[in-house]
Design a protein around this ligand. Structure first.
Ligand code: ATP
Ligand code: MG
Ligand code: MG
Ligand code: MG
Length: 450
């Protein structure tokens, strides 16, 4: 099954269960100031879960564009993590609960997608006997394939009762697919959102019991397409291959770098489409960091010209069924990527020489890391990674000290302000091209948006 078909099949299936199809929220969420980027499908529904946001529907289904900055380091390292991915979700606001959510998930995976139930394993929260019972007695998953895990793995957000953010949360149950070679991949998380965390171990029951589920589109597609990573699926492979061609490298030899480059460029393309441009703060800093990391990868593969913007065309092509609107901004996005590539390439040689000479010692000093950042445009995380690759330490504390010292020396604190202050997010949002959902084309099944 093609990825575009999977997206539609999921939304169709949950529509048949009475869920209303809603559009994805923007990557920079409209109503959630607690996160820089939308990390999951549930974020746009927090108020409904809290019982304060009223809608005229109590069941919804979405395909949400997500960005998880916490997974940057995993990209290219694990076969299944990206910074940008699509999360298929179904949601209940005080309507259906655990039993239906579990039964429907099983029906979808085994009947609609045709994945053999014997390949699936299940996790439940340690004391959730109810979920265990539904899986075991009603669905007939043998108890040997159901494991009980603690709050780190089976509460959402992870560890919510004891640490993590306040807000809506609940125990969860996850579905894993066994892969060849004994490994497994987590494809779907079913969250039984029934608490509001107001402090450590302070979980207040929500006014109603809710459901929030998130299925990874690309991971599930990789299972259906029989490929061993998300980078092999029909919508991502062409981008990785295009990166290989552009840089004259084979995806087999330079797998990690080519995966990172193509993945980061896709994330950046989606961000810039929403007008999130490289800067030194907040979302813009993430875009800068991702792009410069890709430029550095390309540089280390022997390219010192600004060429990565050429990947926008294959990215827009690969994503066009789900996101036809990308075509409208593609030219401007490619131009902005090129400008940022050039900015970094202007100083990358001198930055790398400084790094190389520092790396001869045992440690990259705070001063050097600061100079790499302020003069040569190396985000600190990038320098940290270079240091790690080289097996030398980096004095992060001394770096932070240098940042502070510089702000004091320059008197105005302008540098710190630029780096750390809250950006004009509201202004930025008001200029965003919004994606307005109009409906779905009956024949093609495609979303109509404007
Ligand atoms: P993992 O343990 O693999 O990091 P997770 O438990 O952090 O995943 P959830 O927060 O449960 O993920 O998100 C729901 C689903 O979204 C996951 O089951 C997975 O299919 C998908 N997903 C999560 N993170 C990523 C990612 N970085 N790239 C691609 N898909 C992801
Ligand atoms: Mg994770
Ligand atoms: Mg997990
Ligand atoms: Mg999970």
């Amino acid at each position: 099954m093609k990825t575009d078909e999977l997206r539609e099949t999921y939304l169709d299936f949950f529509e048949s269960k009475g869920c209303v199809r809603r559009p994805s929220d923007l990557l920079v969420p409209l109503n959630d100031q607690s996160v820089l980027f939308t990390p999951a499908g549930m974020n746009q529904f927090k108020e409904q879960f809290l019982g304060i946001g009223k809608t005229d529907f109590t069941r919804a289904t979405t395909c949400q564009k997500c960005i998880r900055t916490g997974d940057i380091e995993n990209v290219g390292v694990t076969p299944f993590h990206m910074t940008f991915f699509e999360m298929l979700g179904n949601f209940s606001f005080g309507d259906y609960f655990k039993r239906d959510a579990i039964h429907w998930a099983w029906e979808f995976v085994t009947q609609k997608l045709g994945i053999d139930g014997n390949r699936l394993t299940i996790s439940v929260y340690e004391d959730d006997d109810e979920a265990f019972g539904i899986w075991n007695e009603e669905i007939k998953v043998p108890s040997s394939r159901i494991r009980r895990c603690d709050e780190e793995d089976n509460f959402w957000p992870a560890g919510a009762p004891t640490h993590g953010p306040n807000g809506v949360c609940g125990p969860c149950s996850e579905i894993f697919v066994q892969l060849d070679g004994g490994k497994e991949v987590e494809i779907w998380n079913l969250v039984f959102t029934q608490f509001n965390r107001v402090g450590v171990k302070q979980l207040e029951p929500l006014p109603s019991k809710n459901i929030d589920t998130g299925m990874g589109l690309e991971r599930t597609a990789s299972v259906l397409q029989g490929v061993d990573s998300v980078f092999g699926i029909d919508i991502l492979k062409p981008i990785v291959d295009a990166a290989g061609q552009l840089l004259g490298k084979s995806p087999d030899e330079e797998m990690r770098r080519l995966r990172r480059i193509s993945e980061h460029l896709r994330t950046v393309t989606f961000c810039m489409h929403e007008n999130v441009m490289p800067s030194n703060e907040k979302q813009g800093y993430v875009v800068r960091r991702l792009l410069r990391r890709a430029v550095l990868d390309a540089y280390q593969l022997g390219t010192d010209e600004a060429i990565l913007h050429q990947l926008v065309t294959p990215i827009v092509e690969a994503m066009k069924a789900g996101y036809p609107e990308l075509a409208k901004t593609a030219g401007g996005v490619a131009g902005s990527i090129k400008a940022e590539e050039e900015r970094f390439l202007n100083t990358i040689d001198r930055g790398m020489s400084l790094f190389e000479s520092e790396a001869k010692g045992e440690e990259i000093s705070g001063e050097a890391a600061f100079k790499l950042h302020s003069t040569y445009g190396f985000p600190i995380e990038l320098t940290e990674e270079l240091a790690q690759q080289r097996g030398v330490k980096l004095d992060r504390e001394a770096y932070e000290q240098s940042v502070k010292q510089h702000a004091l020396d320059s008197g105005s604190g302008a540098f710190t302000k630029e780096l750390f202050n809250v950006g004009p997010i509201q202004t930025l949002k008001s200029t965003l091209p919004t994606t307005e959902f109009v409906g779905y084309d009956q024949q093609s099944g495609k979303a109509t948006i404007k």
